[in-house]
Ligand binder design. Structure first.
Ligand SMILES: NC(=O)c1ccc[n+]([C@@H]2O[C@H](COP(=O)([O-])OP(=O)(O)OC[C@H]3O[C@@H](n4cnc5c(N)ncnc54)[C@H](OP(=O)(O)O)[C@@H]3O)[C@@H](O)[C@H]2O)c1
Length: 208
């Protein structure tokens, strides 16, 4: 069985989305500064169909490894709604995506092998379905903040990757607001990066 991991971009002041977020303002104010490094990477440009070129250094290797290990994705409805408008017809996931939501909706099949399934019966049910879809590969909890926090507090995450961008967002969705420190603890397993971003890898251990 694969691991369950999180990989997110985070600001220096701990936000994964900025203030004034809406469907017209994806990721909130400052979203561009949080993810600027991502858009320069070759593997991301390929996945998002943004055209040729891109960097091939340590940040690209980091991102490529995240894509390579992912057998299925889980995300919350707010992240999905933004992506539904922004992702190309061939979304970057190329596999099964399980969207946690209260909305009842039929699966949405897209080009390139991505199908979004809308899951109404909670965290564990979504994870079970994602594990089945992933086989021996890993399950990525893609975001956003509320979804990742629930999986952390439930002790269901094995690994946390945070790409720390040297920027302040000053408000928005704070990833660890409401973390249960009696539920999980972390230890650093790797730090890599470039002048643009620092990738922090943590092993997550369930405490109870
Ligand atoms: N920095 C990064 O790397 C990164 C990555 C991903 C996303 N993001 C950002 O994160 C933001 C969204 O984060 P968020 O914390 O606001 O929302 P979210 O986690 O994406 O979605 C939360 C919503 O998902 C549904 N949901 C979550 N858990 C559920 C459960 N157990 N059962 C049923 N439904 C459940 C609910 O929506 P309903 O009740 O409406 O169904 C809930 O309001 C976006 O702006 C996105 O751009 C950032």
């Amino acid at each position: 069985m694969g691991k369950v991991f999180v990989s997110m971009g985070i600001s220096l002041d701990g936000y994964v989305a900025g203030p004034n977020r809406s469907l017209q303002n994806m990721g909130g104010d400052g979203w561009g500064s949080l993810h600027a490094w991502v858009f320069r990477q070759r593997v991301f440009r390929e996945r998002l169909l943004l055209g040729e070129g891109g960097e091939t250094g340590p940040d690209n290797r980091f991102l490529a490894a995240v894509f390579d290990r992912t057998g299925a994705n889980i995300m919350g409805k707010r992240m999905f709604e933004e992506g539904e408008r922004a992702w190309p017809e061939t979304p970057p996931f190329r596999g099964q995506v399980f969207v946690l939501t209260h909305e009842v909706r039929a699966p949405w099949e897209r080009k390139g092998g991505t199908t979004f399934h809308f899951v109404n019966d909670g965290l564990e049910a979504a994870l079970q379905r994602a594990r089945e879809a992933a086989g021996d590969e890993d399950v990525r909890i893609s975001g956003g903040g509320a979804t990742v926090l629930q999986y952390l507090n439930a002790g269901l995450v094995d690994e946390l990757l945070l790409s720390l961008a040297p920027t302040f967002l000053g408000g928005g969705v704070r990833l660890f607001e409401g973390i249960d420190r009696d539920a999980v603890e972390v230890s650093i397993t790797e730090v890599v990066g470039s002048p643009e971003v620092t990738h922090l890898r943590y092993a997550v251990r369930r405490k109870r």
